[in-house]
Design a protein around this ligand. Structure first.
Ligand code: SF4
Length: 245
């Protein structure tokens, strides 16, 4: 009994840390929630054992990330090359268990050549580190396209198609257990059909034998600063953690 109480307290603490990390400092207390409306117990939100993050099956026929970078070179395969400062290839553990895929680099990313380093990137880092209790370096993060679309518009179909072979090779090389698709565009691209993110987030689908969890893009969370949207993402990453054990 005492042990169960301790576990509930630990889980509650983790949930509060996640909400704080996601920018929620105050939890409304207007009405006491009915037991049925409370978030489900969060036993699943435990840091995955270290060996689950590091241990990956080895397949020597898979191209290394270094080779993919070399093949990409000073890429001019689509019109996005004209306005970019730096190619944002991706970063993280080359054998990560979890791979995050966003849409495309923004201004900060284009300047630094690193994915998710602006405001949305900080929120993503908080979700990973405070919510999932995993170091950012232990996951892999990339985008559908590796060059910044002008004015931060969505990448267009031809641009995504031009960059797709490199994304596919990256996915194959990292060979994650789970892909977290950030937003409608990444989810739709991997699903091969239009994904209605507000309706389909949290619902697993498969991509080349890899489980994909569609969830909101951090930029959407920044624009829609609601506890509900953040709780939705919390629920989605909870499912991922439960799956990877
Ligand atoms: S977005 Fe991809 S395909 Fe287009 S120029 Fe950049 S690296 Fe090449």
């Amino acid at each position: 009994m005492e042990e169960k109480k301790t576990q509930i307290a630990d889980n509650l603490l983790l949930y509060l840390e996640f909400m704080k990390g996601a920018g929620i400092d105050v939890i409304p207390a207007s009405k006491p929630a009915k037991p049925s409306s409370l978030p489900t117990p969060i036993e699943a939100v435990k840091p995955p054992p270290e060996e689950n993050i590091k241990m990956k099956p080895k397949n020597k026929s898979i191209t290394s990330l270094e080779d993919i970078v070399a093949e990409l070179g000073d890429c001019k395969r689509c019109k996005l090359s004209a306005g970019r400062n730096k190619i944002v290839f991706g970063e993280g553990d080359p054998k990560a268990t979890i791979l995050f895929i966003g849409e495309g680099p923004g201004k900060d990313e284009d300047e630094q050549g690193r994915p998710f380093v602006g405001r949305a990137g900080q929120l993503l880092t908080d979700i990973i580190e405070k919510g999932m209790k995993i170091k950012r370096e232990e996951v892999y993060i990339c985008n559908l396209v590796k060059c910044r679309p002008p004015e931060n518009r969505n990448p267009e179909k031809d641009e995504i198609a031009a960059c797709r072979p490199f994304l596919d090779k990256q996915i194959k090389s990292v060979s994650p257990k789970v892909i977290i698709a950030l937003g409608k565009l990444a989810s739709s691209t991997l699903a091969g059909r239009e994904v209605k993110i507000t309706q389909e987030r949290g619902e697993w689908f498969d991509y080349e034998g890899i489980k994909v969890m569609p969830t909101y893009h951090p930029s959407y969370l920044l624009r829609n600063y609601t506890p509900t949207a953040r709780k939705d993402v919390f629920e989605d990453v909870k499912k991922v953690l439960a799956y990877i054990g």
